[in-house]
Design a protein around this ligand. Structure first.
Ligand code: KG4
Ligand code: ZN
Length: 358
């Protein structure tokens, strides 16, 4: 089975052709970094216009690299949410047009599901269900038990900023460029993480939720309180290193709690999977590896190209669904509406409507 996946939910216009045996036949990722850089963050209107301008070319280039025509595909999939609505509309309309004109099944994919299953996109030795997932991206920071494709149980989420968002905002306030994650990681390499006393929000609290806005504000306050004049390179490096250390400590604490729950529910499982853009951060990976070693847990991290947004994870999520339920049940209607908000684990109707009279 061969599936085309299209991803346009944030600032990458991406497409990939993936086969059901876990091979990425061709892929293209067109980043919009240059367009957003002057603003220090993603500007939704600029993102939507760029997706509109380049989506067709990205898809065509990918098909050309794969050496395939649309009619040789088995399905076409696109991110249908959550994400910036302008980009999501363009991605799913492109996929629907290909599906309609080439008589192919269309699959609407939850972007977080793409991240959640990305570690299984490989030819051999696929990570087995169930596993504990830490999804750390620009839009999300969640701990989920992944029991299977389409079967997720959320243990924790952020009560304010996502971790990637905190990285981006700190980079902006320190004036070290965009995208913030790689800039903070690079600056932190020469920094002294112990120079500033930064908080570890949520550390030690019951549960598995996160909060990063207090940490971000603490970094800002320290930067403002430093002697007047432009920040020195060493100040920036020390602040970045301190921030990463604090964020890593918080992640480790929250994962520790989540592992207790995961292992009590699944005593024979021991896999922890990282996903999302921040999972490509080497410092964060190493910090979590220490915890995994302490707890004899296997840590699985996809390659960097699968951590940040890409079309291959969208095609793969479609392949997983088709594999599980067959194409007739897996395919979505061409009138599927984009979903700017779309939880991975919809709250059980009973809980959601508790107390509301019919
Ligand atoms: O998964 P992703 O590409 O898009 C979303 O779904 O949000 O994640 C993008 C986020 C951005 O906030 C970016 O700054 C962050 O991932 N990121 C990093 C690194 N590379 C990307 N954060 C920390 N360290 C990195 N090396
Ligand atoms: Zn993402």
């Amino acid at each position: 089975m061969i599936v085309l996946g299209i991803e346009t939910s944030c600032d990458e216009t991406a497409a990939a052709v993936v086969s059901s045996d876990g091979v990425i036949i061709a892929e293209t990722v067109l980043s919009q970094l240059e367009q957003h850089r002057p603003f220090g963050g993603v500007v939704p209107e600029i993102a939507a216009r760029a997706h509109l301008e380049y989506a067709d070319a990205v898809v065509h280039k990918t098909m050309e690299k794969a050496g395939l025509d649309f009619h040789e595909l088995d399905a076409v999939a696109a991110t249908a949410g959550p994400g910036l609505i302008g980009g999501v509309i363009i991605g799913i309309m492109t996929a629907k047009a290909i599906a309609a004109s080439s008589n192919l099944p269309f699959l609407a994919i939850n972007h977080m599901e793409g991240h959640a299953l990305s570690a299984r996109l490989k030819k051999n030795d696929k990570v087995k269900f169930p596993y504990l997932l830490l999804l750390i991206s620009g839009g999300h920071c969640q701990l989920q038990i992944v029991e299977g494709c389409g079967n997720y149980k959320r243990l924790g989420t952020t009560t304010d900023d996502a971790l990637g968002e905190a990285y981006d905002k700190i980079a902006k306030m320190l004036g070290i460029g965009y995208p913030g994650g790689p800039a903070v990681e690079a600056a932190a390499k020469k920094g002294d993480a112990s120079r500033f006393n930064l908080p570890r929000p949520m550390k030690g609290r019951i549960g598995c939720d996160f909060s990063f806005s207090g940490l971000k504000t603490a970094v800002r306050q320290i930067a403002l309180d430093l002697p007047e004049g432009p920040l020195l390179k060493t100040d920036i490096a020390d602040l970045c290193a301190g921030f990463q250390m604090a964020a890593g400590d918080v992640l480790a604490d929250r994962i520790n709690h989540a592992l207790d729950i995961f292992i009590s529910e699944h005593p024979t499982s021991n896999s922890l999977v990282l996903a999302g853009g921040v999972a490509s951060n080497q410092f964060i990976r190493k910090r979590i590896q220490i915890l995994a070693d302490e707890r004899s847990i296997e840590l699985i991290t996809p390659p960097n190209s699968l951590c940040t947004d890409n079309g291959a994870m969208i095609a793969w999520a479609a392949i997983e669904r088709i594999h599980d339920v067959g194409i007739d049940k897996a395919r979505d209607n061409l009138n599927f509406k984009p979903r700017p908000r779309w939880p991975l684990d919809p709250i059980a109707p009973k809980a959601a409507f508790a107390g509301i009279k019919a």
